[in-house]
Design a protein around this ligand. Sequence first.
Ligand code: CA
Length: 432
Amino acid sequence: MHLNATHDPALRSWVESAQAAANDFPIQNLPHGVFRRRGMQEPFRGGVAIGECIVDMAQAALLDVWAPDARAAAQAAGEATLDALMALGPVHWHRLRAELSRLLRAGAPQASRLRDALVPMFAAEHGLPARVGDYTDFLTSWHHMVNAGAVLQPGAPPLANFKWMPIAYHGRSSTVEVSGAAVHRPSGQARAPDAQEPHFGPSRRLDYELEIAVWIGPGSVRGQPIAVNAAEQHVFGLGLLNDWSARDLQGWESMPLGPFLSKNFLTTVSPWVVTLEALEPFRCALPREPGAAPELPYLRSPRADAGFDLQIEAWLHTPRSGAPGTRLSRSSFRHSHWSVAQMVAHHTVGGCCLCTGDLLGTGTQSGPGPGEQGCLLELSHGGARPIELADGERRAFLEDGDTIVLKAWGERDGAARIGFGDCRGTVRPAAG
Ligand code: CA
């Protein structure tokens, strides 16, 4: 994939709000999602974000405005989930993007007909982009691994396997929800450092994890690994993901089989999925520290720019502070040691198949500098150094009523800035 006419930073849309400064959804973005008008008992359908509006693709696909080779994708993009569109593959995604770019461009003669298919974003509510059959969460940030390790196992050397393969655990798809879902504080077992026995109760160390979501397009066949150089053909796009984590439960339960109740109560994803084609201007090389292990052949990428330079942030709004809140984390996806393609190749190399709509999390994305840590466990050094918030409050971990908002965007000279929208959740007391 290379840059094409859809990436031209000079492009403008007849949807005026697409040109607004710092708007996430200019005509160079065109992310897909699932929505319905808020408060209406109507079915969800697919839409495309443009400025402060959503193109209702179920309605737009009925118009006689599409090039014949883009009709199938336009119809699939209006279904109740994006699974059918995701399954079509990159050739169809590309044709649809080219058509959307042509139809939404300033001066397009079809504007008057498409205008009837626009829904204001403020009047919409979102559904999950796909039926998530499986969810896998990776560990791809060297800095997160080192920082979290220093808190959880002080003095222990970094994991030897990290630099050889993208490590992951299989998560829980039934509790993947779209931005806005309530975050009920989980209850479970935890053991205080000085205690002989565990106690049961609501988590006291609730945390967020700033991650990128990877949405799988066409699935694969069991027993037939996806080669690293073909892996991106199986990736529909990227979003935001918050892997809510109960650190006290995690510390007690994770040995020897990994996280369980500390992670399985909720995972929140952003409603919009930004296609890899839209992200093409933000390609970058992966970081490779001097002396890093050579990649085994099945993980060796033929392209030097397998990474994405995406700015990522986490914001905290407390009941007292409200807006504008405090920015807790600011980093970039460019620090990820492993690429999206390597995650896919490793996931399938043993024979496991991926299915359309599967969700991969990249793991917490932390950078090397101050403030670049992607979770409170790292930022507060396991709670030992609470963070001073903008209005003078302090936080070691999340309190009831706190709202976490994740953001991401690509920004580079010679390219239009494109964003991911928000991925948010508000902490509620433990149920029951
Ligand atoms: Ca995680």
